[in-house]
Write a protein that binds this ligand. Structure first.
Ligand code: GTP
Ligand code: SPV
Ligand code: MN
Length: 619
């Protein structure tokens, strides 16, 4: 194995560990790699090729080091379990920063730090942070290589676990370098787990199974299109293609260039008559995007096919419509609650070639999590590596445990999922987890009203981020943790894009699968039954379903929602659509207070929508 002491080397091209093609002829990329290597001082630099052989070599190395557990290939071929440190299990929103020059450009919902000061802080923590480790150069494409909506990035990371995940989640490898060398712009991202193996004095320490650091930084420099992440190896904190680039940085690129970067799933819906439609939907983290994207309709004659489960990039096309791609190549899905009855498609997707993180291990070498089967196995090893039985009184899998799997393995993936020009969007849905107030479905009266619906989403907090689960918070457009600039400017941008689309703008809907009855149980069965709501939405797009105007939007008229064969009582249905004026007026007061946080940057159109809702509620 050839080691390159980048910190002391003047060489511009460094050999890889795999004897594969090395380095780049692009001077800017090479200079940046050299610069980061001088700062972080890794023992070696590996230029990732993105081949299956490379992934195989890396996973074998991690298994040998005890950092991955190979699952029993009889049940789960080429699949692995990773156990993180118990302090590194979710995104850390309080350590996530948007470092724009002006504080107001980050807005009141983002943590802001002055870029110069943050760069100095990062310089200190990254100095020598990769000592004793290998730095991997991970070139990736978001969206099909060379596509008109696609973008390139490079992640420098000292985590082989991140490399393996990036190989699944993106189009990763040498072909990206050739595009960069041909002059395609690219985004710089730097990641270190923050656990150097050699200290300043040159003394080496032993590695741990999940290296990380109690001090964490997830930092975006939107104006420089740059990301720096330190101290975490987990999910969106470390797979910088995902929330850091494809949402926080891309939302700023989208603002500047007239498109949209959104926390949205993408599906293709086919009606019994053979009409095809595309729907994009924004729900906050752990609120049902992966599930809806893989939905098996219970309504006869309808088909739903998957295009994306988490992120969509949408661009007005030359035909005046909105076209969307899924920039990712894999799913990083929530494991708990994914089972044969809820999401059989996801269960089939993870048959093999899957990295599981923080799920439980069965005694037969396969995996398990709450909700995979109705009855748990009699004995498991839990996500922390401890012995577990059903009466242990704690979950066996972490509530934010995940699977990383290639999208191509999904049995419901649409043929069009890699169409470079994307698919035309007919409808947009906004949703959240609301035990009260918000009806099962409501259509916006206009694009402006739709933007108001998106801007005012609130949802109960989930395990996808550190913090108190269940607490109600505003999560506009499901982008609260992901918008790279001032949220009020983002609303203005949505209004601007809508003006450009005019009559060709998609219809907008609000949904809520999570309303609860007095006994605290869900009123709506959800999952496959959500196809009934999709059916009404598509019929509205076709102009074939009736709606009744209410103060908060257009609701299905009595009998318009197909409930044939559904086990929901008339009383539950009534409760699902009930609009209580008093609590909605109270909600309007909260919206006013929420808008006030953004001062004069809130578009006048949103104040007008609020006034209109209030007027109709009091009328
Ligand atoms: P992120 O990957 O964090 O962005 O999450 P997501 O929006 O993709 O959420 P996901 O589909 O993984 O669902 C999260 C949790 O919500 C899982 O435990 C699901 O079982 C549950 N869930 C999804 N859809 C429904 C539904 O229609 N009804 C109910 N009751 N639960 C649901
Ligand atoms: C989310 O939290 O919305 C996720 C998981 O999709 S993560 O990649 O960790 O952001
Ligand atoms: Mn997400």
């Amino acid at each position: 194995r050839i080691r390159a002491h980048a910190a002391h080397s003047t060489e511009t091209t460094v050999p890889t560990a795999y004897g594969a093609p090395t380095g780049t002829t692009d001077p800017a990329l090479q200079a940046w790699v050299d610069e980061i290597a001088r700062l972080t001082q890794p023992d070696a630099i590996v230029w990732c090729t993105g081949t299956a052989q490379e992934a195989d070599t890396l996973s074998k190395q991690l298994v040998a080091e005890g950092k991955l557990i190979r699952l029993n290939p009889e049940w789960r071929p080429n699949s692995f379990l990773a156990r993180t440190s118990p302090s590194d299990v979710a995104r850390v929103e309080d350590r996530t920063f948007i470092c724009s020059t002006h504080r107001d450009d980050a807005g009141p919902t983002n943590n802001w730090a002055e870029p110069g000061r943050m760069r100095a802080e990062l310089g200190a923590v990254f100095t020598g942070s990769m000592r004793g480790r290998t730095m991997y150069v991970v070139p990736f494409s978001m969206g099909p290589l060379g596509g008109p909506i696609s973008q390139l990035g490079v992640e420098l990371t000292d985590s082989p676990y991140v490399v393996l995940n990036m190989g699944i989640m993106t189009r990763m490898g040498q072909a990206v370098l050739r595009l960069i060398e041909a002059g395609t712009p690219w985004v710089r991202t730097v990641h270190s787990v923050g656990f150097p193996l050699v200290n300043k004095a040159g003394i080496r320490r032993a590695d741990v199974t999940w290296p990380s650091n109690d001090t964490k930084y997830i930092v975006q420099f939107p104006e420089d299109r740059e990301v720096w992440s330190f101290g975490s190896g987990y999910g969106g904190n470390a797979l910088l293609s995902k929330k850091s680039f494809a949402l926080r940085i891309a939302s700023v690129m989208a603002r500047d260039e007239g498109w949209l970067a959104e926390h949205m799933l993408l599906i293709k819906v086919t009606s019994p008559e053979g009409g095809t439609y595309h729907v994009a939907a924004a729900f906050p983290s752990a609120c049902g995007k992966t599930n809806l994207s893989m939905l098996k309709p219970t309504v006869p004659g309808w088909t739903v096919e998957t295009i994306g489960d988490d992120i969509a990039w949408l661009r007005p096309g030359s035909d005046g419509r909105l076209w969307a791609i899924n920039p990712e190549a894999g799913f990083f899905g929530v494991a708990p609650g994914t089972g044969e009855t809820t999401n059989p498609t996801a269960v089939q997707t993870v048959w093999g070639n899957t990295i599981f993180t923080n799920v439980a291990l069965r005694d037969d070498g396969d995996v398990w999590w709450e909700g995979l089967t109705d009855t748990p196995p009699a004995h498991l090893t839990d996500w922390e590596g401890k012995s577990w039985t059903p009466d242990s009184g704690r979950p066996a899998a972490h509530p934010n445990s995940r699977f990383t799997v290639p999208a191509a393995q999904c049995p419901s993936i649409a043929d069009s999922w890699e169409d470079i020009g994307g698919v035309p969007i007919d409808a947009i849905m906004f949703g959240g987890r609301r035990a009260t107030n918000v009806p099962l479905v409501a259509e916006a009266r206009s694009w402006k009203h739709g933007v108001f619906m998106g801007a005012t989403i609130s949802s109960e907090k989930t395990a996808a981020a550190e913090g108190t689960v269940g607490e109600l918070r505003r999560d506009p457009f499901a982008m609260l943790p992901f918008c790279g600039y001032n949220m009020a400017d983002y609303w203005a941008h949505w209004l601007r894009v809508g003006r450009g689309l005019g009559a060709q703008a998609p219809a907008v809907f609000q949904v809520n699968w999570f309303r609860k009855g007095e006994d605290g149980s869900f009123l709506w069965p959800g999952f496959g039954e959500n196809s009934r709501v999709l059916e009404w939405i598509i019929r509205r797009v076709e102009g074939a379903a009736e709606a009744v105007d209410t103060p908060i939007g257009l609701l299905p008229v009595e009998g318009a929602l197909n409930v044939d064969g559904l086990d929901v009582s008339p009383d539950a249905l009534e409760q699902l659509f009930r609009i209580d004026p008093a609590s909605w007026l109270a909600e309007c007061d909260l919206t006013e207070a929420f808008f006030a946080r953004f001062g004069s940057r809130v578009p006048a159109a949103l104040h007008a929508e609020l006034a209109s809702v209030r007027y109709h509620l009091s009328a």
